[in-house]
Design a protein around this ligand. Structure first.
Ligand code: NAP
Length: 296
């Protein structure tokens, strides 16, 4: 039987509507308007489009966005000064510095300068620490989106064999930690695979839930998937570039073949992608509540 498609696009709409209601209530009852500051350095086209999309998504649900676009040659010192100003601006509850930054700027230094209570990307070491001890305030956006997709698709997580392919700091490691927490929507038995793992298929074939974040087309094929599994494909690979520079997006999973084996599967595009910005919005609303009302 063909797998049920878990649509991140549809789920993102549902969650954004819920957040819109929360934002309206915050404004009405407490006079709080959540604010997100985005900082873009340079004109990298992908970064410009990500920041534009984030601004539009904020506007749609009533979050105020403050967009700062800086020249590529800006000094590290000037950028740190802007971060400091945003840290002290009470109308700004979340700060997002779009990566990558130009080579002459130390990315870690800039990210670590963000007030952890405004770190809506969840990359600050304080928030990584909070995540590890189960006191997550701002879970990183892509892993948070993955967890929502699993839970809201009705996939049981408690005691489930959950295998993650990939161990990056932004996807593989945090989602592994989130899914092993002693909490509802987690409590899974987690295995993490990477390029040094011997016989990856031996692990993936045991997975009730398989999360693939390798950044390699066809890293997971149908013979590597347990019948009835839930498969979350995080990968985004651009293939078949045309002369005009357009490309097709595919994930890390051989979607056509794996959907005949799995019970549930996310597509690429339209799976994890739309959830990432949605979780950024959620973290911004949380940041506003956290700073003004001391609740998350
Ligand atoms: P990354 O930093 O390149 O990490 C990839 C990880 O996968 C590494 O740990 C690597 O192992 C492992 N790996 C690579 N090929 C493998 C294979 N054939 N078998 C087993 N493990 C393998 O990538 P990332 O930042 O985590 O992103 C992963 C993918 O998700 C990318 O395609 C990225 O574009 C996409 N992504 C999507 C979103 C979204 O919002 N949709 C957000 C973030 C990322 P080693 O550690 O041994 O090298």
């Amino acid at each position: 039987m063909t797998a049920e498609i878990i649509s991140g696009k549809d789920l993102a709409k549902v969650i954004r509507a819920e957040l819109g209601e929360e934002v309206a209530e915050l404004k009405e009852k407490h006079g709080i308007v959540p604010g997100l500051a985005t900082v873009l350095v340079g004109e990298d086209p992908a970064s410009v489009s990500y920041v534009t999309a984030k601004g539009k998504a904020c506007d749609k649900i009533g979050i105020k966005s403050f967009q700062h676009t800086l020249p590529a040659e800006i000094s590290e010192e000037e950028l740190l000064k802007l971060v400091d100003e945003l840290n002290h601006n009470d109308a700004v509850h979340g700060i997002l510095v779009q990566l990558p930054l130009p080579k002459h700027i130390n990315e870690s230094k800039v990210l670590y300068a963000i007030d952890p209570n405004k770190d809506v990307d969840g990359f600050h070491p304080v928030n990584v620490g909070r995540l590890v001890i189960g006191e997550e305030v701002f879970p990183p956006c892509t892993p948070a989106g993955i967890q929502e997709l699993i839970v809201r698709s009705g996939t049981p997580t408690e005691g489930a064999e959950l295998v993650v392919v990939g161990r990056s700091n932004i996807v593989g490691k945090p989602i592994s930690i989130m899914m092993l927490q002693k909490k509802a929507g987690a409590n899974s038995t987690v295995t993490i695979c990477h390029t040094r793992t011997r016989n990856i298929a031996q692990h993936t074939r045991r997975a009730d839930i398989l999360i693939v974040a390798a950044g390699k087309q066809n890293a997971v094929t149908a013979d590597m998937v347990k019948p009835g599994a839930t498969v979350i494909d995080v990968g985004v690979n651009r293939i078949g570039f045309t002369e005009s520079g357009k490309a097709k997006l595919v994930g890390d999973v051989d979607f056509e073949a794996v959907k005949e084996v799995a019970a549930k599967i996310t597509p690429v595009p339209g799976g994890v992608g739309p959830m990432t910005i949605t979780m950024l919005l959620r973290n911004t609303v949380r940041a506003a509540k956290f700073s003004q009302l001391q609740v998350a």
